[in-house]
Design a protein around this ligand. Structure first.
Ligand code: NCD
Length: 337
């Protein structure tokens, strides 16, 4: 595979290879010297047309840990705000010999347009396009879930999928690229998915998606899911009133203190609470829930770096590293530059 545009492009084997490689990258992250020389001399461009904190920093850290050169390009403050097109921007990057372009764009389909064009030669990685997809977020979520699943079973996560796991994705599914990428990947990995949202925040055609739909969060929590993935209410993408008030939204679909207490009172249940960030604390998730021992929110951020290292490594170093997809032992052992 040359690009990473959508989780629908990943077979079970591809996904497991990325997760297993990310485990090896995580092991590197625990060493005193966290850097590998694997992408020395390669250039990764972060091309961000939309705001981002976690994702951009995470890609930057990932590329730097692999010794690549990183160029950060934010549309604000660049010639894009003077009206330069995606094509002109891309050709400028090509002239700078980018090996990979990590792109976040407000328009669904922009990364695919870039990848299918002859404007650039670089590998294209979708870092979130409109309401469409955010594949590396889904991969880091799957990585986090797989570790949780393995810890429960007392096994190691390597090689395994998420068969038998139940995941509830809760909130603004309509505007969420995180929900879409997660749904496809979770299905590929064998998990069972339930979407929980007000009817107005579910997309048309959701009945044909490979999941259950439930409008009642308490009912879903009672069924004891292994994970509850809370989505941010994406006000910036809303052009109408989708629910009566934020107070009502939070009472019915927010992970609040009362729901946390109910879950805790249910005893040995090991349900984890996830959120991709940025959070609206007090709206879709309460501070007590976000900061509770059940929360995997900071682990997700940490795991994001390992997963993005794996993606960059697999896309950029395939041809020179012997057996495709394995981190060659000499690279792991070599001293960093
Ligand atoms: C998400 C995004 O930008 O799609 N955040 C992220 O990448 N960590 C989710 C969101 O903005 O709500």
């Amino acid at each position: 595979m040359k690009h990473l545009l959508s989780t629908t492009d990943l077979s079970r084997g591809d996904a497991i290879l990325i997760l297993d490689t990310a485990e090896e990258m995580a092991a590197v992250g625990e060493r005193e010297v966290k850097k590998l020389p694997a992408l020395r001399g390669r250039t990764v461009v972060n091309l961000f047309f939309e705001d981002s904190t976690r994702t951009r920093i995470s890609f930057e850290a990932a590329a730097k840990r692999l010794s690549a050169d990183v160029i950060n390009f934010a549309a604000k403050g660049s010639s894009v705000s003077k009206g330069e097109s995606l094509k002109d921007t891309a050709q400028t990057l090509e002239a700078m010999s980018a090996d990979a372009v990590v792109i976040r764009h407000w328009a669904s389909g922009a990364p695919a347009r870039l990848a299918s064009s002859d404007w650039i030669d670089a590998a294209v990685i979708n870092a979130g396009d409109g309401t469409h997809e955010h594949p590396t977020q889904a991969l880091l979520d799957a990585f986090t879930l797989r570790r949780h699943w393995a810890a429960l079973a007392g096994t190691s996560p390597g090689g395994s999928d998420l068969r038998g796991m139940s995941v509830a994705i809760v909130g603004d599914v309509l505007h969420s690229r995180v929900a879409r990428s997660n749904l496809w990947l979770l299905k590929t990995l064998g998990a069972d998915v339930t979407l929980v949202a007000p009817p107005t925040l579910l997309p048309v055609g959701v009945d044909s998606w490979p999941c259950r739909v439930n409008y009642n969060l308490d009912e879903v929590l009672q069924s004891g899911p292994d994970a509850v993935m809370m989505l941010r209410l994406q006000g910036e993408r809303m052009n109408a009133a989708f629910f009566p008030s934020t107070r009502e939204y939070s009472r019915r679909w927010g992970f609040d203190d009362a729901r946390l207490a109910t879950l805790d009172a249910a005893g040995g249940r090991s349900t984890v609470i996830m959120h991709p960030g940025p959070m609206n604390r007090g709206l879709e998730i309460s501070s007590a829930a976000a900061d509770s021992p059940r929360s995997t929110i900071l682990a997700q951020v940490r795991n994001g770096v390992s997963v993005r290292m794996a993606v960059l490594y697999l896309l950029l170093s395939g041809d020179s590293s012997g057996e495709p997809g394995r981190i060659p032992t000499p690279i792991l052992q070599e001293n960093p530059a």
